[in-house]
Ligand binder design. Structure first.
Ligand code: UD1
Ligand code: F6R
Length: 371
């Protein structure tokens, strides 16, 4: 039931304040006079000791689910001190990469039925790793075959392009980082800021959804383009990949997410006055580096659309002209949840304006059960 919406993708984008709330329901401990703030992931509580002892955490997924894991990678490393490696499921299986019994391997899959991810799961089970699932589908193959896991509880997602499942997956992995990270005095302030940030996240998502009309206007400008680049780094490298994936799969426009730190090593050659480029430059520790990326793009007369923190519009574009998308600021590790929403809206509106099928893009299936 699409309710007041024309398409499922549109409904699912706008539903994110609610889906994020249900993902966190019963799992955030907000503390009190004597109690500490924390998280409770029922599906992991008996396995946390073993996870904390692992030598390495390996995140495995495909497409959007891989991008969600990438968005959470550095927080898991920061709070747990355990190195995290990233694997695209098919690539791990293709090269039969090393997986050890001291590894915790986390399988991220909205459907829980993706064939590539399942094959990687069989492979990790054969190698005696602890296998953890993060899925939206209770009773799915991944939920059944993993040793333990977390249901993201985002509600059924019907649009082939994943939207609300992506943001809920990130939130679950942020909670995973909090659950496995030690509750040390030195990390207390950071942990509490993240928990407060999680609590406020649905209202910030609601705020950023107000950009809907602005994104439709931007889509109108970009309707006939051949290509769109998206530059991000740090927490928002994943946002760049995910924004580009959305544009590619539904709007059928070439789009590429690029790690901004790699710009000078090739992609800069593409920059001219015509190619539209989204630069994600919200406030975090990478902000000044992104400012210098913007300057370099300005110097080459790049056609820029800059996503920045509210209030930064003027300063961020000094030195050239650009279009700005201003988003509310949240804790750095949660910013990918907010930043992806305008890009989801952009992909949605581009698709509708270009006259393509939003909910069922050509050649794609919701659940990829073949290899
Ligand atoms: C569980 C209940 C929820 C109830 C809550 C009350 C289910 C599915 N969930 O939620 O309805 O409100 O207790 O405390 O009955 N698992 C895997 N692999 C996965 C995902 C999950 O093995 O990929 C396992 C978990 O380890 C756990 C079980 O499935 O044993 C349920 O996981 P989850 O729904 O996340 O647990 P709770 O949040 O505790
Ligand atoms: C993109 C999309 C796909 C899926 C991928 C993995 O919007 O939906 O990239 O993310 O096929 O699917 P799951 O998460 O079900 O394993």
């Amino acid at each position: 039931n699409k309710g007041k919406y024309e398409h499922y993708m549109q409904k699912e984008i706008h539903e994110q304040p609610e889906s994020l709330t249900t993902t966190m329901r019963g799992r955030l401990l907000l503390g009190g006079t004597s109690k500490a703030k924390g998280v409770l992931l029922g599906g992991l509580k008996d396995h946390l000791k073993k996870i904390r002892r692992s030598r390495r955490i390996v995140f495995i997924g495909c497409g959007t689910s891989y991008n969600a894991a990438l968005a959470a990678r550095s927080l898991v490393e920061e709070l747990s001190g355990i190195p995290v490696t990233m694997e695209i499921a098919s690539d791990l299986v293709d090269r039969q990469g090393p997986i050890y019994r001291e590894d915790t391997v986390v399988f991220v899959s909205q459907s829980g039925e993706t064939a590539d991810t399942l094959q990687a799961l069989d492979y990790a089970l054969e190698n005696d790793a602890l296998c953890v699932g993060i899925t939206n589908t209770v009773g799915s193959a991944i939920a059944r075959r993993t040793h333990c896991g977390v249901h993201i509880n985002a509600g059924c997602e019907i649009g082939v392009a994943s939207t609300k499942a992506y943001t809920s997956q990130i939130v679950v992995m942020v909670m995973l980082a909090l659950a496995i990270g030690d509750d040390t005095i030195s990390s207390k302030v950071r942990r509490e800021a993240i928990i407060d940030g999680l609590f406020d996240l649905p209202s910030k998502a609601k705020e950023v959804l107000k950009l809907d009309q602005e994104m439709e206007d931007l889509a109108q400008l970009l309707i006939a383009e051949q290509s769109l680049l998206v530059f991000g780094r740090g927490y928002n490298y994943a946002t760049a990949l995910e924004g580009a994936l959305k544009v590619k799969e539904v709007a059928l426009m070439h789009s590429e997410g690029i790690l901004a730190g790699e710009m000078k090593h090739g992609p800069l050659a593409l920059v001219d006055e015509t190619l539209p480029i989204v630069v994600i430059a919200t406030r975090d520790t990478c902000f000044s580096k992104q400012q210098s990326v913007i300057q370099q793009l300005h110097a080459r007369k790049g056609r820029l659309i800059v996503m920045c923190t509210e209030g930064d519009a003027e300063s961020v574009c000094a030195g050239g002209s650009c279009r700005v998308i201003e988003v509310p600021q949240v804790e750095d590790c949660l910013q990918p949840v907010i930043n992806v929403i305008p890009l989801q809206l952009l992909a949605y509106h581009l698709t509708v304006l270009r006259g393509y099928n939003v909910d069922q893009p050509r050649n794609l299936a919701k659940s990829v059960t073949t290899q």
